[in-house]
Design a protein around this ligand. Structure first.
Ligand code: ADP
Ligand code: MG
Length: 245
């Protein structure tokens, strides 16, 4: 088991945003967490990445509990994330962003080395090629299109040597075509690099096209967990989530 979430809960005042969640994620899985707005998906991801700390429960990554760790320690354990809003260095070029991330990940302080410019050149080029940004290597991050910014974010996750990638609505704000392209890229990379993927997404066509497994969250609880076909047929899901009687 790569990630094992046990009885995880988090409330905000009287509101149980995540309520006794149990979830197991195996290496190489591609799991979508779906559910209506306010279901607790982002809160779950914020717990997993250390931005919130749980009220109770465990989050075991390769057997070690993440529950009390801060975000930077969690990243170093191999858990990469992408936010609902893209998070890149606007003024660095695409090349520099990836190179910096590689250097930071190797925990060498680039300030101490006058030759930081020459570090990880080959690795940076490899990653650029993997995500299809080689031609834009010298463009500042802020000038990229939304889809290319997302690519850069994924590149930075790769540079951080993540084993599992958590994506909270990776295609938010994209046109339908860009959505499919972005998810295709992420899924291909996950397959090639043997990464495990845990994502939320509100576009059901994207979910059913790319998820191998789906967990449905409603009011902080996971009400169903299964293959896309199982989820489609699940009466509870159809009633509570898809609005059927
Ligand atoms: P989702 O991502 O599924 O739309 P969220 O995890 O963002 O759901 O929100 C779950 C519930 O927790 C919502 O009712 C939301 O208003 C509440 N919530 C989320 N973050 C906070 C916070 N920082 N403070 C107070 N309430 C929050
Ligand atoms: Mg959310």
């Amino acid at each position: 088991m790569l990630l094992h979430i046990k009885s995880l809960s988090k409330s905000f005042g009287a509101l149980m945003a995540v309520s006794d969640v149990n979830l197991e994620v195996k290496t190489g899985e591609r799991l979508a967490v779906i559910g209506p707005n306010g279901a607790g998906k982002s809160t779950l991801f914020n717990l997993l990445t250390g931005y919130f700390s749980p009220d109770s429960g465990e989050m075991l990554f390769k057997g070690k509990n993440l529950a009390k760790l801060p975000p930077d320690k969690i990243v170093r354990k191999g858990i990469g994330r992408s936010f609902q809003i893209v998070n890149i260095y606007p003024e660095l070029s695409v090349f520099e962003s990836i190179q910096m991330t590689l250097i930071a990940s190797a925990r060498r302080s680039y300030n101490l080395f006058s030759k930081a410019k020459n570090m990880f050149l080959k690795e940076t080029e490899d990653i650029l090629e993997k995500v299809g940004l080689s031609d834009l290597a010298h463009v500042p991050g802020e000038l990229l299109s939304h889809g290319d910014k997302k690519r850069l974010e994924i590149a930075m996750i790769l540079a951080n040597k993540a084993e599992i990638i958590l994506l909270d609505e990776p295609t938010a704000g994209m046109a339908p075509e860009e959505r499919l392209e972005t998810m295709a890229l992420i899924s291909e990379l996950a397959e090639k690099e043997k990464l495990t993927l845990l994502f939320t997404e509100h576009d059901m066509s994207v979910v059913f096209m790319w998820a191998r497994r789906i967990a449905v969250m409603v009011l902080g609880r996971i009400i169903a967990d299964g293959t896309p076909d199982e989820i489609k047929e699940n009466p509870e899901v159809r009633k509570v989530y898809l609005g059927e009687k």
